[in-house]
Design a protein around this ligand. Structure first.
Ligand code: UDP
Length: 339
């Protein structure tokens, strides 16, 4: 029996990969996206409704037109630095927008939600690797906005029997292995794309002294002084969502569940640059810049709970796989950035 699912933010980086995977798994997908930061063509012909979560009327229309079995909620603003300078838009889009979505779901008897949460809810973790049991103390509005939604989901579980799985992503990386989808942020602020743009610039004859690639801080308390993150391939993130959806469909009352999604490996900024050099065969120049506001020194997951409870396993644990797929995409689709 085919199931109809709503993918909010399905024109974005992770949401578009999710839409592709769900359709490949036999789901009927409706994408809801305001296209502010997403790309229409990234939906690859899936049904697309253009609208905004802060517009309750457009949500009422959406839920009136389709009978959804479940919702996968990706639509959100997700730049740590931007959230520090513009917290208002983070709380409006991420918190108020999600509240509107949850209320539209309730009004139409849809009680299954997979939510894109983040390791940024942990702030500077009390210990490493990070398990779900550690206290959550975000250090930026982005992390707070996601933690507030997690709390709303817990309260809706108690008050309304709402079922949800919040997936706390570590750093999403890579792109579809078939080369059809990639990472497209505008502006691009993420490390791997920016390092690969720099590789493209050098490949095309750029001067190393003109590098715009900045390493944000080399004085953190880490072995090489740069920040450490846990990079997880976007396909692995998406396969965990398929499993989470399965959990919600199999169990009558799931309540509000939370899982980390990472590969349990830390990679520093300098190690990312070196891995990009090894994949591309290009020497990539960079400059050391001051620390970026809101960046914790080290975020590495313990994702064993997701592995056990969801029967999920990441396929790509070597960061070079993610870089290789991303490189293939960028070298074909982002020549403009190499100028
Ligand atoms: N970073 C960097 N230079 C950049 C972009 C990012 O040094 O141009 C660092 C950033 O400070 C963080 C890591 O790379 O430690 C990953 O940043 P990204 O923005 O990719 O993801 P985030 O961890 O913020 O979700």
């Amino acid at each position: 029996m085919s199931k109809t699912v709503l993918v909010s933010g399905g024109a974005g980086y992770i949401g578009s990969h999710m839409t592709q995977m769900l359709r490949n798994n036999g789901y009927d997908v409706v994408v809801f996206d305001n296209l502010e930061r997403g790309n229409r063509d990234a939906t690859l012909g899936a049904e697309l409704v253009v609208g905004d979560l802060t517009d309750r009327d457009s949500l009422t229309g959406l839920f009136g037109n389709y009978a959804f079995d479940a919702v996968l909620h990706f639509a959100a603003l997700a730049y740590v630095g931007e959230s520090v300078n513009s917290p208002d838009i983070y709380y409006r889009n991420n918190v108020v927008g999600t509240l509107n979505l949850m209320d539209a779901m309730r009004a139409h008897n849809v009680d299954k939600l997979v939510f894109s949460s983040t390791c940024a809810t942990y702030g500077v973790p009390a210990s490493l690797p990070i398990t779900e049991k550690l206290p959550q103390n975000p250090i930026n509005p982005y992390g707070w906005s996601k933690l507030m939604v997690e709390q709303m989901l817990k309260d809706y579980a108690v008050g309304f029997g709402f079922n949800s799985v919040a997936l706390r992503y570590f750093n999403a990386a890579g792109c579809a292995t078939d080369g059809v989808l990639g990472e497209r942020h505008d502006p691009e602020t993420h490390l791997i794309p920016l390092v690969l743009f720099e590789a493209l610039r050098m490949r095309d004859g750029g001067n190393e002294n003109d590098t715009g690639l900045m390493v944000f801080g080399d004085d953190f308390d880490t072995p090489d002084g740069t920040c450490i993150r846990d990079y997880i391939h976007v396909n692995d993130l998406c396969s965990a969502h398929v499993k989470a959806l399965g959990l919600l469909q199999q169990q009558e009352q799931t309540g509000a569940r939370q899982f980390n999604l990472g590969v349990n490996r830390g990679v520093s900024v300098l190690e990312v640059i070196r891995a990009c050099e090894s994949v591309t065969g290009i020497t990539i120049p960079y400059k050391i810049a001051p620390r970026r506001a809101g960046d914790p020194p080290e975020l590495v997951s313990d994702a064993s709970l997701a592995m056990q409870s969801l029967d999920w396993k990441p396929e790509f644990v070597d960061i070079r796989d993610s870089i290789e797929h991303a490189w293939k995409w960028f070298s074909q689709h982002r020549p403009d950035k190499a100028a």
